[in-house]
Design a protein around this ligand. Structure first.
Ligand code: AOF
Ligand code: ZN
Length: 361
């Protein structure tokens, strides 16, 4: 097998932790000796052993002189666990092939340097694009100090989300809705607005059977409209209500323990989202999954915050009098409109799921 095939196996192992690794990155490791896989491992969750440790354990004495494939540069720091670079050196492996350098400033090349200093051969960049995409939330938080923002939309084939009278449930089928719950479960936070929460009686929890960690629920409630009676609060699990810092939450209202208020500046555009992203990154949120109406979705796209669009298209048409899925300015030239490129198309039950990322030319 080639480097690429072993690394693809390591990536598949890493992805096993897609519901549990956050805030840590998903990492997979394969140890190969004489063209045989002698050890495999992946990092299950923060605080537990790293991928390399599991793989080394499985390989035992066979690790000596072996080639190690890891989807992320082995760590060099004492975090919640000791450095993997040291463990690899002690096991006397011959070569370490990594998909990408760790963007964590505590590591950032030091793991590879330590291996090389110990006489271990290193190679970087095998399946790098796949590895980066797999841990795009972690990379975003480490390199941009903000989470990776996914914006979910569900519409009719002609891009509408509701009839003129507001009827909208349900456009997409049960498979698409189950798919949404898996996305929620893979994210660290679910973002919505007070309006959506009130209109849809949304709970914003992840209800997929795969769920290991409930995402933080973040609701933009600029003018403090929400009251503790909303369906959202019936479910325990942390909630962050973001409001205009010029307003004070009513001190007489008793909120459940799991609800926290967070004030940011606000102007004609709305709440200061940059301040929110920073706060979410501080709370180690890697991926934010957004489910909201046309106004916030339009703003996130218009202002360039949306890193990934996930669009479910239902096979029905609502017509030009229905409500569009996005509120955007009245552009006068096509050149001004936000552009994307499709990265994936897939049937989910009877609906079509499109994934697109910004195409900034
Ligand atoms: C690796 N292998 O499997 C993972 C790595 O708090 P800790 O000790 O778990 O360290 C977390 C950091 O270690 C994380 O931010 C990232 O830089 C790196 N993750 N490194 O060698 C692994 N999960
Ligand atoms: Zn490590």
């Amino acid at each position: 097998m080639t480097d690429k095939l072993y690394m693809e196996r390591a990536l598949a192992l890493a992805a096993q932790a897609q519901y549990s690794a956050a805030p840590n990155p998903m990492v997979g490791c394969v140890i190969v000796r004489d063209q045989q896989i002698v050890g495999e491992g992946w990092h299950r969750r923060a605080g537990e052993a790293h991928a390399e440790v599991h793989a080394l354990q499985q390989a035992g004495a066979a690790a000596k002189g072996a080639t190690v494939y890891v989807t992320l540069e082995p760590c060099s720091h004492f975090g919640r666990t000791p450095p993997c670079a040291n463990a690899l050196i002690e096991a006397e492996v011959a070569e370490v092939v990594v998909a990408m350098v760790d963007p964590n400033p505590q590591v950032a090349g030091r793991g590879l340097a330590a291996l090389e200093a110990a006489g271990i051969k290193t190679k970087v960049g095998v399946c790098e694009a796949q590895a980066r995409w797999l841990i795009r939330g972690f990379v975003s938080r480490m390199t941009r100090s903000r989470p990776w923002l996914q914006v979910k939309m569900a519409s009719s084939l002609d891009g509408n989300i509701a009839l003129a009278n507001g009827e909208s449930q349900w456009l997409t089928g049960p498979d698409a809705r189950a798919d949404v719950h898996r996305f929620r479960a893979r994210s660290s936070a679910v973002l919505s607005t007070a309006k959506t929460v009130l209109c849809d009686q949304a709970k914003l929890t992840a209800r997929a059977p795969e769920t290991v960690q409930q995402p933080l629920r973040v609701v933009l409630d600029r003018s403090l409209q929400l009251t503790p009676e909303a369906a959202l609060f019936a479910q325990t699990g942390p909630i962050l209500l973001v409001h205009d810092q010029a307003l004070q939450p009513n001190a007489e209202v008793v909120w459940p323990q799991h609800v926290e208020h967070f004030g940011v500046a606000a102007d004609g555009q709305g709440l200061d989202l940059e301040a929110l992203w920073q706060e979410l990154a501080r709370r180690e949120i890697n991926i934010v999954w957004t489910e909201c109406g046309a106004t916030l979705a339009g703003r996130l796209i218009e202002q360039g915050w949306a890193d990934e669009l996930i669009v479910y298209l239902a096979p029905q048409v609502l017509g030009h009098q229905a409500q569009s899925m996005l509120q955007l300015p009245n552009y006068s030239e096509l050149q001004q409109t936000p552009k994307f490129k499709f990265t994936e198309t897939r049937l989910i039950g009877a609906d079509l799921r499109l994934i697109a990322i910004p195409d900034n030319g």
